[in-house]
Design a protein around this ligand. Structure first.
Ligand SMILES: *Cc1c(COP(=O)(O)O)cnc(C)c1O
Length: 393
């Protein structure tokens, strides 16, 4: 097919630039130790923050749901796909988050694609942090609203842009990641909420990496900053700390009622399966009952980051369990990741376009599943490979 002739040279360009992604295959469940391409390695790159991806209570709940409800939803939510389980999950999530209501989606990515175009369109403006997640960017593009990017985590720049835009648009929406997934820094949400109120803008935060991590017992960034009632739209995912798959929006009853009528992935893509939903419910129940897993995640995070900084690694601006080990050059990052793997650690190199050019890194993800011994081992290997490749002295 001559039309596709461009593909081999595009792929070669990625390889030449050190940007070709080598996709590894897992041959075991998620956990602290996993089997990858036939090798048992310490897992330092999953989003399984709390160990829910292979938690016994979630496994049991999923099996029970299969026996009661089968494996498929059979339809989109609005036709015949809403089961009692979906409503139970939404009610429990709303109570957990301290929100009036919740609507769930098939993924966090879908939640953004669903929500942004339902809230704004032609003649409206979106103020979007320049480092926002790809799903926010795509949701913004789909909406056909004007997209105004502001400097990362910079309320001053945001305010200048809001001031310039005032009066020129029908509606204004400010949207930001809660926790930025590649740097592990947190949006200055209290300042952004002040600006949203001052300029009459809708405020939306995508807390995919804050759910189950930030706030009391993992209730997320709004809880972390005590901003209940001041953030209009809270997007979450059920595929990171919650360990399963799915996404949701928490907000007012009216917002949820509106999205149930207008959000296209809700109307035109089938519901999440019964075992997935049941497993998510079990995760919320566990988080409601105890902060133990979240506390352990933070203990591990504090310890590992402190020791890595002592070794001389540059961890960027991270204040969360997302721990970027900044290396700069994409090929160095790939070589570092390869050596880690040979030494028994699975931690992926991340380069352009996921992060800006020249800012390649190893992204280490900490988890409540890691033991102290796991972390000692990881620190030893990072020190060895870091010295070998001249990253630390
Ligand atoms: C991971 C992520 C998503 C996508 O969530 P999925 O449930 O995996 O689709 C959306 N937004 C942000 C900020 C993320 O980090």
């Amino acid at each position: 097919m001559p039309g596709l002739d461009f593909i081999p040279s595009e792929i070669q360009d990625l390889k030449d630039a050190g940007l070709y992604v080598h996709i590894r295959t897992l041959e075991s469940p998620q956990g602290a130790w996993i089997v990858v391409d036939g090798k048992r390695v310490l897992n330092m790159c999953s989003n399984n923050y709390l160990g829910f991806a292979n938690h016994p209570a979630l496994r049991e709940a999923a099996k029970k749901a299969i026996d009661e409800y089968g494996v498929g939803p059979g339809a989109v939510r609005t036709i015949a796909g809403t089961m009692k389980l979906h409503l139970e999950l939404e009610e429990k999530l709303a109570a957990f988050k301290g929100a009036e209501a919740v609507i769930s989606f098939q993924s966090g990515f879908n939640a953004n694609l669903a929500t942004i175009p339902a809230l704004v369109g032609r003649g409206d403006a979106i103020f979007s942090d320049e480092l926002n997640h790809a799903s926010i960017i795509d949701g913004c593009r789909l909406s056909r609203a004007e997209i105004i990017r502001y400097a990362h985590n910079d309320p001053k720049d945001l305010e200048e842009k809001l001031r310039e835009a005032q009066g020129k648009y029908r509606r204004m929406l400010i949207v930001t990641d809660g926790v930025f997934s590649m740097d592990g820094d947190i949006a200055p949400l209290p300042e952004i909420a002040d600006l949203a109120e001052k300029y009459g803008a809708i405020l939306m935060v995508d807390d995919a990496h804050g759910e189950g991590v930030l706030g009391h017992g993992g209730r997320g960034i709004v809880d972390h900053f005590g901003l209940h009632g001041r953030v209009d739209v809270e997007v979450g995912t059920l595929s990171k700390a919650f360990g399963v798959v799915g996404g949701y929006v928490a907000g007012s009853r009216e917002l949820v009622e509106y999205l149930r009528q207008k959000a296209r992935p809700f109307l035109f893509s089938s519901a999440v399966t019964p075992p997935d939903v049941a497993a998510c419910i079990a995760a919320v129940d566990i988080l409601n009952a105890s902060t133990e897993l979240v506390d352990r995640l933070w203990d591990n995070t504090r310890y590992f980051k402190e020791e890595m900084r002592k070794l001389g690694f540059d961890l960027g601006k991270s204040v969360t369990p997302i721990t970027p080990v900044m290396l700069g050059d994409a090929k160095l990052a790939q070589a570092f990741s390869r050596r880690l793997f040979e030494e028994g650690i699975f931690a992926q190199a991340i380069g352009y376009p996921t992060v800006p050019r020249g800012k390649a890194r190893i992204r280490v993800m900490l988890s409540a599943t890691h033991t102290k011994e796991d972390l000692y081992f990881a620190l030893e290997v990072f020190a060895k490979v870091g010295r070998e490749l001249g990253v630390i002295g």
